[in-house]
Design a protein. Structure first.
Length: 491
């Protein structure tokens, strides 16, 4: 096995002697690449954003921005990383560095004051600059006065690309001006050209330092065998939860097993009676590959963390934590999803409604992985995801509600409602579902059902919200859905 190495701004560097839990951020800074900054070390500020070459959605390779503070450097064995320093100089060795087009726009439009956040903004902006389906032509719903809507520039720049980057001093208007001013990459741009080549393949890794190991196997079967032999091993996918534990709670594990590039966990298949989504696809990949095919998921994604986090976060990780406030369970419960669980003996399919057994506990056995999430077809036509949080974007839910309803001739034929943040586990609102089914979708039915919904679960008081507020929000959520659907019918 070749010693683990990573290509940074075109130069291959051995990972040794870094400790296995060393983050990409610390690794870069220790090598003098101090453009990559640490603001929070927990994925909240984007000062550490760097570009990695990943399997592309529309081209062989995408340049994807991730939080370097959350990813262990060993997870990037064999991979390519570009930092803010590399953006300016890539392909121009021996000549004076010239600014990359996104750096140039940030400079001339006053997008940087103290500069602490700037390299992170520049990397997130560069990822959007190189997004192959960034549309240079405004959508029809755009404001005809200036060719933009409030989230996209006339160059197709999606401002959500910057939703994980914070700036404390410049203010966001000049940064947005820079984002909306960037053009198309030139034909000779080396990073644009790199998109046409295959992405770096995942590399089997066995990196051991001081009795602590980071391991990546090539196949699911090998991984499951390893998990059987090492019941103490911890799996990581995007590391957006695990990385916070390492940085903030000093979590250290003897054996970490990477599963994010296992091909068996990265398939997305649409069959006649279900959609199967690989547990290790990132939320960004699912969002782009489904392209609105599951409207309830399409509504979830923009409300889930930031683009930087969604570029790493997986459904397997969101369900693997067993958190009662994860955003995907309420949606997947409403969609009646099942989980395909795999261990060295084979696979079993468990309805998500039967998966959670207690606070951060589930029926998943030691050595078992979530391989995929299955969503049955056809989908219910009336769906909504309501996330009640203190901020509209990039915040943790106080309460989250997923709705999926079949309403025919004004009568509710089927109702599925998933709830997060109101019990020790994500739950279905079974009493409310029963109260809606077979009844007219009328104000009277909905008001009675909303009273029931307020009583579902056992919400608690904490720093995010009181139990009374959480209960109240449940009821309001159903009233809001009714108002939205009746507005849609009458308009
Ligand atoms: C700044 C920030 C904002 C966030 N915002 C949100 C938010 O808005 N909504 C939300 O729900 N979450 C949010 N999160 C939490 C996190 O991003 C999600 O839980 C994410 O889906 C985790 O996926 P991951 O692949 O990164 O998991 P990892 O960190 O790699 O793993 C998390 C856990 O799941 C286990 N695991 C991973 N994959 C599997 C698998 N296939 N089978 C079994 N177990 C597995 C791991 O062992 C580990 O215990 C946020 C996190 C951060 C840092
Ligand atoms: S340092 Fe803040 S997101 Fe990484
Ligand atoms: S320029 Fe100072 S934090 Fe953004």
């Amino acid at each position: 096995m070749v010693a683990p190495r990573i290509t940074i701004n075109g130069e291959e560097t051995p990972i040794s002697p870094a400790a296995p839990q060393t983050t990409v951020l610390d690794f870069l800074r220790e090598r003098g690449l101090t453009g990559t900054k640490e603001g929070c070390a927990e994925g909240e500020c984007g000062a550490c954003s760097v570009l990695v070459a990943r399997p592309g959605v529309n081209k062989p390779t995408d340049w994807v921005a991730v939080n370097a503070c959350l990813v262990p450097v060993a997870a990037l064995d064999g991979q390519e990383v570009i930092t803010s320093e590399g953006l300016a100089t890539v392909g121009e060795a021996g000549t004076a560095p010239t600014l990359h087009p996104v750096q140039e726009e940030m400079a001339v439009r006053g997008g940087s004051q103290c500069g602490y956040c700037t390299p992170g903004f520049v990397c997130s902006m560069a990822a959007e600059y190189y997004r192959p389906d960034r549309c240079a032509h405004p959508e029809p719903e755009s404001d005809p006065a200036d060719g933009t809507d409030h989230e996209h520039g006339p160059n197709g720049f999606d401002l959500h690309a910057l939703s994980g980057n914070l700036c404390r001093c410049t203010g966001y208007r000049p940064i947005r001006d820079a984002a909306f001013a960037v053009g198309e990459p030139a034909d000779e741009d080396p990073l644009a050209q790199r998109r046409e080549q295959a992405p770096p393949a995942p590399v089997a890794t066995e990196y051991v330092q001081d009795d602590s190991a980071f391991v990546r196997k090539n196949t699911l079967a090998e991984t499951l065998r390893l998990l059987r032999e090492r019941p103490d091993a911890v799996v990581v996918a995007g590391s957006t939860d695990y990385g916070v534990e390492v940085n903030i709670r000093s979590r250290r594990e003897d054996c970490v097993v990477a599963i994010d590039r296992l091909p068996e966990l990265r398939e997305l298949r649409v069959e006649s009676d279900h959609i199967e989504i690989g547990a290790a696809l990132t939320l960004t990949e699912i969002e782009r590959r489904l392209d609105g095919e599951v409207p309830l998921l399409a509504e979830l994604f923009p409300q889930f963390a930031s683009r930087l986090i969604r570029n790493g976060a997986t459904l397997g990780g969101n369900l693997g934590t067993g958190s009662p406030i994860g955003d995907s369970p309420p949606v997947l419960l409403a969609l009646e999803a099942s989980l395909v669980l795999a261990d060295a003996d084979g696979e079993r399919v468990v309805p998500l409604a039967e998966y959670f057994t207690g606070y951060r506990q589930s029926v998943r056995r030691p050595g078992e992985l979530i391989r995929a999430v299955r969503i049955p077809l056809p989908l219910s036509p009336v769906t909504a995801f309501h996330k009640i949080a203190k901020r509209r974007f990039d915040d943790i839910s106080s309460v989250a509600v997923g709705f999926a309803l079949d309403i025919e001739d004004g009568v509710v034929r089927k109702a599925r409602i998933g709830l997060g943040g109101v019990a020790a586990t994500p739950i279905r609102a079974l009493a409310t579902e029963a109260a809606l089914e077979g009844k007219p979708w009328s104000a009277e039915t909905v008001e009675a059902a909303a009273r029931l919904l307020r009583g579902e679960g056992t919400p608690m008081d904490d720093h995010r919200a009181s139990s009374l507020y959480r209960s109240a929000m449940l009821g309001q959520s159903l009233l809001k859905l009714h108002a939205q659907t009746t507005e849609a019918v009458s308009s």
